[in-house]
Design a protein around this ligand. Structure first.
Ligand code: IPE
Ligand code: IPE
Ligand code: MG
Length: 233
């Protein structure tokens, strides 16, 4: 049984990093780490549903990741397609709505179609919303939003970001010991809490999630204001 953290965020976001190093530690190819990483996605998605988290966003593939060796990129895309197929029933059973956000124009047509089908099929689910950030980068998102905002003659960028309508992440967890944002949610992270853990993504399971959320629960969020109930004058 999981020990329930004392404060449950509405939106948990994770930069899933360290698959390659996890595989290397075992003398295996990087792709082996990516495959094991899918198991962590499954575990974390299930845990978020159980804990009552409303949104779980996962940084799965960045715009910069297209620059990796062809073989690795194609394996990652194949894993994505396989997961879409294999996880469908579990998503339905657990009432999970799936969204895939990012620069969809760079994704192969067959995978895009599979993604659109699963998005449509899960659209009515009322439990956790799981958001896979695929071919995503924060700068790309701000740029595409700025263009569309100008076209519309509007003066608020937020409705044009791919995350429009989704509350900003309360907490962004990054695994594998790296302490950087790597072009992830540049706009949306304005007031997110950051939790860094040395755990490599394939080793990150329910207990690791609970520990990260416990750290989040201990943070004092002020949003630029003074502490609640404290008169400073
Ligand atoms: C995260 O693991 C998965 C993706 C970025 C696609 P990495 O593949 O970055 O693994 P490391 O950081 O090299 O260990
Ligand atoms: C960030 O990891 C992107 C994802 C987790 C999808 P990277 O491994 O690409 O980031 P850097 O290169 O270490 O900054
Ligand atoms: Mg990495």
């Amino acid at each position: 049984m999981m020990k329930k953290p004392s404060k449950i965020p509405v939106h948990v976001s994770i930069i899933m990093d360290g698959n390659g190093r996890w595989a290397a530690e075992r003398g295996k190819e990087r792709v082996y780490g990516h495959a094991e990483g899918v198991e962590s996605v499954r575990a974390v998605c299930e845990a978020c549903g159980e804990l009552g988290v409303k949104y779980l966003s996962l940084f799965a593939f960045s715009e910069e990741n297209w620059g990796r060796p062809k073989d690795e990129v194609s394996t990652l895309m194949k894993l994505m397609a396989k997961a879409m197929k294999e996880e469908f029933e579990t998503l339905m059973r657990n009432d999970v709505r799936l969204l895939v956000l990012g620069n969809r124009a760079r994704i192969a047509p067959e995978l895009n179609e599979a993604i659109s089908n699963i998005e449509k099929a899960t659209a009515g689910n009322k439990g956790l919303t799981m958001i896979v950030m695929l071919s995503y980068s924060g700068k790309w998102d701000i740029l595409q939003a700025a263009k569309r905002m100008a076209e519309a003659g509007a003066d608020d960028l937020e409705p044009f970001l791919v995350t429009a309508g989704i509350p900003d992440p309360d907490v962004i967890i990054r695994t594998s010991g790296e302490k950087r944002i790597s072009n992830y949610f540049l706009w949306q992270a304005a007031y997110s809490e950051f939790v860094f853990t040395d755990t490599l993504w394939p080793d990150f399971r329910k207990e690791s999630l609970c520990a990260a959320l416990e750290e989040y629960a201990s943070r004092d969020r002020r949003f630029g204001k003074v502490e609640e109930n404290k008169n400073v004058f």
